[in-house]
Design a protein around this ligand. Structure first.
Ligand SMILES: [Zn+2]
Length: 324
């Protein structure tokens, strides 16, 4: 069975330059793949790692059949480590970072490369990042560290500055559409999914798979009920509290931006409460990615109450403007 990972078509240029760097022996010790989430950066890193372990690598992928390829696919290659948070959206544990440092310090058991993929780089808090610095500064021979980052700004500059940064933007719409259409049964839904996902193909695929869409629809219904005064913040929070917090933050942000695009709000003091609410969402994101597990029902009840207050305040403000 051929188990070769194929890089996504929109990563072809990045793939070619990685292959070229490895061909001429100029791979950096540390590489940061920087770009929007759910566009396949980690897949690119894994595909390239597999190629490094492959004994007969091709131009476009690993062979998928040799011992290195098979160990890699089985998840048992001794020279490969993928480091992620235990739970999606949470921070990476400092203990895991230390273990990764030990991994990177050893020599390869198969006589070739050792590859450490850490995803996402912003999943390291300050103490984890400091623990990781030493690994970045003194990597062993033939060690490649790949950091995946969806938000470069959230990564400590001391980490960033020690990596060769490769920026990967959203794929061209045509490529994303073709790739998605080949995987989706509902052709007509492809456009809507891509639009919902902001052009990020893997997210669009999750949307088409149904679960994400069902959650989004539930979120929209809860918000509309709240905004119309048909449901309390408590009731709306109860309806959405099981949805991953990072999705709720994203969707709420989009909702705020939709309001801010209204011509009457552009450049108006009326926009201020909306911006303050965006700041609040940034703080909420930090809280839910932190090590503590806030009570989701309470957290979202508070946030939704604030959101309703922003809208009510704006409504009163508009009414006053009309009277004036
Ligand atoms: Zn192979």
């Amino acid at each position: 069975m051929n188990t070769a990972l194929q890089p996504y078509p929109w990563h072809r240029a990045a793939w070619d330059s990685l292959v070229e760097l490895s061909r001429v022996g100029r791979l950096p010790h540390a590489l940061m793949l920087l770009g929007p989430g759910e566009t396949g950066k980690q897949h690119l890193a894994l595909s390239f790692a597999q190629r490094l372990f492959c004994s007969v690598p091709g131009e476009h992928s690993a062979c998928g059949q040799c011992r290195g390829c098979q160990l890699f696919t089985a998840g048992s290659h001794p020279d490969f480590l993928l480091l992620e948070p235990e739970e999606a959206g949470k921070v990476i544990k400092v203990d895991d970072i230390r273990a990764a440092g030990e991994f990177a310090g050893k020599t390869a058991s198969q006589g070739g490369w050792r590859v450490l993929v850490l995803s996402p780089a912003e999943g390291m808090n300050v103490s984890a990042a400091n623990a990781f610095l030493k690994t970045l500064e003194e990597p062993g021979e033939r060690v490649l560290i790949v950091l995946i980052s969806h938000q470069g700004g959230a990564v400590l500059p001391t980490i960033r500055s020690r990596c060769r940064i490769m920026t990967l933007s959203e794929p061209p719409l045509g490529l994303a559409r073709d790739w998605l259409a080949a995987r989706a049964s509902q052709g007509a839904e492809v456009e809507r999914a891509l639009q919902q996902a902001g052009g990020r193909p893997l997210r669009a695929l999750r949307f088409l798979d149904g679960e994400l869409r069902a959650q989004l629809e539930r979120f929209e219904a809860a918000l509309e009920a709240l905004e119309a005064g048909a449901a309390s913040a408590l009731e709306s929070a109860r309806a959405v509290q099981d949805i991953p917090g990072r999705e709720l933050v994203d969707w709420l942000q989009r909702r705020v931006y939709e309001h801010l695009r209204a011509p009457a709000l552009v450049g108006s003091p009326r926009a201020r409460p909306f911006f303050r609410f965006l700041d609040r969402l940034v703080a909420v994101r930090q809280r839910i990615t932190g090590t503590a597990n806030p009570n989701a029902q309470l957290l979202w009840e508070e946030v939704l109450m604030d959101w309703k207050a922003v809208l009510d305040f704006d409504l009163r403000h508009r009414a006053q403007e009309r009277r004036a």
